[in-house]
Design a protein around this ligand. Structure first.
Ligand code: FES
Ligand SMILES: [Fe+2]
Length: 362
């Protein structure tokens, strides 16, 4: 696989080349080198495992990462993410969510406690050097932000850093009061490489060209991108008279009219905070040419979320789909190799490309 290099200086850098988005080999390498080394949002604890002693089997990103996992809440309300694979001969332990005092493999009856530690196994009295530590269940790294849960296979950074950065600006919001709203949550299927969907999200440059409705609400001149290690933030300042956050004194943006905070976490997570609540967007690779984007809505002040605002969110997404699918087809051209970045408007895309090149190289 050819190495990718993205110059650290945006004024000199070229974008990732078209070959990046066209290669099956790169698509596979991204799964192994990027997705297994980063974090995924899996949902909120209240929805997935509402009660003590409950379990919830899952696969990250709709099984794009084919690793059977089991989310567990024990009697003390401690939450863990364990391997859902039996340490005897590899059977899947739990097929369905539900209540459970302990974990039992239905194949030959091996048992574990809800913290994943080995408990018992029939017909193993004579087995020497048993149980070993590896007969307990593997535990995956898990972080909590409010009720939101994040897990990874072997993340190359700590999600606590990400939470710290997000808290600087949205920490004043009562995240635990935000309620999942399944009715306004939605999946979109897009005919493009997943990274193109992120590229587009990461710049507000296209807003005046592509999103006429959204452009009326935001002050394009003030639109700002801030970069951090594994995340970045776009701040959409509201046009005067449009809805904005009621920021407390001492807030970094106190005195300004902020209409939205758009946080992106490498490589595929988006946390969009609006005065009415939060829209989590998860970009899920399906194939090189197909991506599912899940919009998950968490309502806080439902009364400030007008029907128009909700219709606009859907319209903006369709407009994004249209341009991103256009790019996906354009990148198959014989005559397009790579582009350049606007130093003032595409810092977020440059940041993403730098991280991709770096992770693929590692
Ligand atoms: S495979 Fe689970 S007990 Fe045998
Ligand atoms: Fe857009």
């Amino acid at each position: 696989m050819s190495k990718f290099f993205v110059h650290p200086d945006i004024t000199e850098a070229e974008t990732l080349p078209a070959a990046f988005y066209r290669s099956q080999e790169v698509f596979e390498a991204l799964r192994e080198k990027v997705f297994t080394r980063t974090w995924q949002w899996i949902g909120d604890a209240h929805t997935l495992i509402p009660l003590p002693e409950s379990v919830y089997p899952l696969h990250l990103l709709d099984n794009y990462l084919t690793e059977p996992m089991l989310l567990v809440r024990d009697a003390e309300d401690d939450i863990r993410c364990l391997s859902n694979v039996c340490t005897h001969r590899g059977n899947i332990i739990r097929q369905h969510p539900g209540k459970s005092r302990q974990l039992i493999c239905a194949y030959h009856g091996r048992r574990w406690n809800l913290d994943g530690s080995f408990k018992s196994m029939p017909e193993f009295k004579e087995a020497k050097n048993f149980p070993r530590p590896c007969d307990s269940l593997h535990q995956f790294p898990l972080r909590k932000w409010g009720d939101h849960l994040f897990v990874g296979l072997e993340p190359g950074f700590d999600f606590t850093e990400v939470i710290k950065v997000m808290e600087e600006r949205v920490g004043f919001l009562p995240l635990r009061e935000f309620k999942l709203d399944p009715v306004s949550s939605k999946d979109y299927l897009v005919n493009c490489h997943w990274a193109l969907y992120c590229d587009n999200y990461l710049e507000g440059f296209h807003i005046p060209f592509v999103h006429e409705g959204l452009n009326k609400l935001l002050d394009y001149g003030q639109y700002t991108t801030k970069l951090y290690d594994h995340l970045n933030l776009q701040i959409g300042y509201a046009e005067s008279g449009e809805q904005s956050f009621d920021l407390p004194e001492g807030h970094p943006d106190y005195g300004r009219e902020v209409g939205a905070y758009y946080y992106w976490v490498f490589p595929n997570l988006m946390f969009n905070f609006y005065p009415w609540g939060l829209s989590v967007n998860v970009v899920k690779p399906i194939s090189m040419n197909k991506t599912k984007v899940s919009f998950i809505t968490y309502m806080w002040r439902e009364e400030t979320m007008s029907e128009e605002a909700s219709a606009l969110m859907d319209k903006v997404e369709r407009e994004d789909e249209f341009v991103v699918e256009g790019v996906h087809r354009g990148l198959k051209s014989r005559y397009y190799r790579a582009g350049r970045f606007s130093p003032t408007r595409e810092q977020g895309v440059h940041h993403f490309h730098r991280l991709l090149a770096q992770y693929l190289d590692a």
